[in-house]
Design a protein around this ligand. Structure first.
Ligand code: FPP
Length: 247
């Protein structure tokens, strides 16, 4: 599950982040919320690089939830425009740094141009080898993900391909958007909110959580390394006793 970094710490294989606080960051400066999202996109770039350098293999970012569709149209449109710009600008860097781009969520709900750009950049990053997978959760909600998986599995039962007894935890995992990606070891949420907000509910069953007051646009390399250090100090037991873990 974990590896040792050159710094000697235990590095989580998969880090997932609920990026929160862009709006408050902008409000404090009496700026438009979109300026907060723009600065947040800069944090995405910096944290991606920091994660790759630290030896994290999977970084998953909650960029747009199913609930975010209910925000004002200007903000929603601004976020998609920002994402499209980010993907175009960072394409070469992702390829050069051997970072594969991946998506979870309902990409089919995105504006056509953004979806096209997303798939184009994803393909470009898949052409060569990669050391890290950057997954963006877009139009994503965990309850919806589990519901879709249940529906797919029910259809398999209806078609007689499997029986109800074949439905195992691994069968459910294999039907989630995250199929093939290991469960997160560490989930970070910024901005002082102590909620999981419908993010990777199934996959985070044994994850360590790290909450920080820092607003996402201020969350940069130092803050990310602080989170990794906190993780390295945790004792993960996966339901076992402390003595069993030491053995
Ligand atoms: C939460 O802050 C953040 C979002 C809903 C969007 C996240 C988007 C980015 C970080 C920028 C673009 C993303 C990429 C991948 C380039 P909030 O708006 O809820 O902040 P608030 O709680 O302070 O209002």
């Amino acid at each position: 599950m974990t590896a040792k970094s050159s710094a000697g710490n235990t590095i989580p294989r998969h880090v997932a982040i609920i990026m929160d606080g862009n709006g408050r960051w902008a409000k404090k400066r009496m700026w438009n919320r979109l300026r907060g999202h723009r600065e947040g996109a800069e944090s995405v770039d910096v944290v991606t690089e920091a994660a790759r350098t630290a030896g994290v293999e999977y970084l998953t970012l909650y960029a747009f939830s199913t609930e975010n569709w209910s925000r004002p149209a200007d903000e929603v449109n601004g976020l998609w425009a920002l994402l499209e710009e980010f993907l175009e600008k960072k394409r070469e860097k992702l390829v050069r740094n051997r970072i594969r781009l991946h998506f979870i969520g309902h990409l089919e709900h995105l504006p056509a141009g953004v979806r096209k750009k997303a798939l184009e950049v994803k393909r470009a990053t898949e052409e060569h080898g990669w050391d890290m997978t950057l997954t963006l959760a877009l139009s994503y909600g965990a309850r919806d993900e589990i519901t879709c998986a249940a529906r797919e599995i029910a259809r398999m039962v209806e078609r007689g391909e499997i029986t109800a007894n074949d439905i195992s935890e691994s069968a459910i995992s294999a039907h989630l958007f995250t199929a093939g990606i290991p469960d997160p070891d560490l989930v970070i949420r910024t901005s002082g909110e102590l909620r999981v907000s419908n993010f990777l509910l199934w996959q985070s069953a044994y994850a360590e959580y790290y909450f920080t007051e820092t607003l996402w646009p201020d969350f940069r390399e130092k803050e990310f390394l602080d989170a990794l250090r906190a993780y390295a100090g945790r004792h993960r037991r996966f339901g076992r006793t402390g003595d069993q873990v030491k053995e």
